[in-house]
Write a protein that binds this ligand. Structure first.
Ligand SMILES: C[S@@+](CC[C@H](N)C(=O)[O-])C[C@H]1O[C@@H](n2cnc3c(N)ncnc32)[C@H](O)[C@@H]1O
Length: 291
């Protein structure tokens, strides 16, 4: 069996099964990221903090466990099943947080309701990024923090020591982009562009911090890795109706199978490196001028 050494902090990044970070949700959320969030949001007792696109409540559980008394955490997500999962997760961890299903572009809160507002890996899925950021500015108090963490999905890095690896990455990107509706109107490179959007909506960008999310495989992955990859692609093909997309998926499956064979034949000489960068843009809502 070839030796397999992996980057411990980001074990689940896999560009072959998604075009975004969506499958990584909580996995790259490590101690360094939590510390950054705490430093940036500067939560104090009694503060109201809003997490837009909260998913299954990772941020609420993490922030809620910092032990800051009377912190008022709120999470919003477009998908109500995620909201229910977030409610369950915070209950399980004994964290007090309020959740509601809503769209980032029409937040159900009054103006200046929060001391800080943040979102993580959400705007990559939103067509109207400017409209969402405008809402973040509206619901945040003057002088309050706004934090947006998003990747640049257009600039993912990929290296494979086998030729089929390059073909697999190319086909995976095309196939998943097509089925995840990232093609039309979505800004793939949203991460580095947030500071410009902030400025348009009265948020002063004060810092941009980069987080590298990466995975290195040295030596051919075991069969279970290939089975998991193939299963995810097969599942994705089953969910699409469009014939041309199904054909694209079938082509991808064939390439993935070839990739698995080439990698296994290379054994310990096999190398696969993938990485993507998260851009964390920190902003401060500009105080309004007295009339
Ligand atoms: C990759 S997940 C990130 C979840 C969470 N922020 C985290 O880091 O674990 C993206 C989340 O954004 C939500 N989302 C996508 N579009 C949204 C919108 N327009 N308004 C609110 N939430 C949205 C999705 O439902 C999903 O739960």
């Amino acid at each position: 069996m070839p030796t397999l050494r992996e980057d411990r902090l980001s074990r689940d990044i896999d560009a072959l099964i998604s075009s975004t970070l969506k499958h990584l949700r909580e996995r790259w959320w490590n101690a360094e990221f939590t510390e950054f969030l705490r430093e940036t949001l500067q939560p104090h007792a009694g503060d109201r903090i809003l997490d837009v696109g909260c998913g299954v409540g990772t941020a609420e559980v993490t922030l809620g466990q910092l032990g800051i008394s009377q912190l008022k955490l709120f999470g919003v997500d477009l998908i109500s099943t995620r909201v229910r999962q977030a409610v369950e997760a915070s209950r399980k961890h004994n964290v007090r947080a309020g959740f509601v299903a809503a769209d980032a572009r029409t937040l159900p809160f009054m103006d200046e309701a929060f001391d800080s507002t943040f979102c993580v890996a959400v705007l990559q899925h939103v067509r109207d990024v400017s409209g969402a950021v405008q809402e973040f500015a509206r619901v945040t108090k003057p002088g309050g923090r706004v934090l947006v963490v998003e990747p640049d999905n257009a600039a993912r890095y990929w290296y494979s020591s086998t030729s089929a690896g390059a073909d697999a990455f190319e086909l995976a990107t095309r196939f998943f982009r097509a089925i995840e509706t990232l093609g039309d109107g979505m800004d793939l490179a949203v991460g580095p562009r947030i500071s410009e959007v902030f400025t348009r909506h009265g948020i002063e960008a004060t810092a941009i911090r980069l987080f590298l999310v990466s995975r290195v495989r040295l030596g051919a992955p075991p069969p279970a890795v290939w089975h998991a990859r193939l299963e995810i692609v097969e599942g994705a093909i089953d969910r699409v109706q469009d014939e041309s997309l199904r054909r694209m998926g079938a082509d991808y499956l064939r390439v993935l199978d070839r990739y698995a064979k080439e990698a296994t034949a290379a054994g310990p000489r096999f190398v696969e490196i993938q990485s993507t960068t998260l851009f964390a843009t920190v902003g401060k809502k500009t105080p309004t001028e007295p009339a």
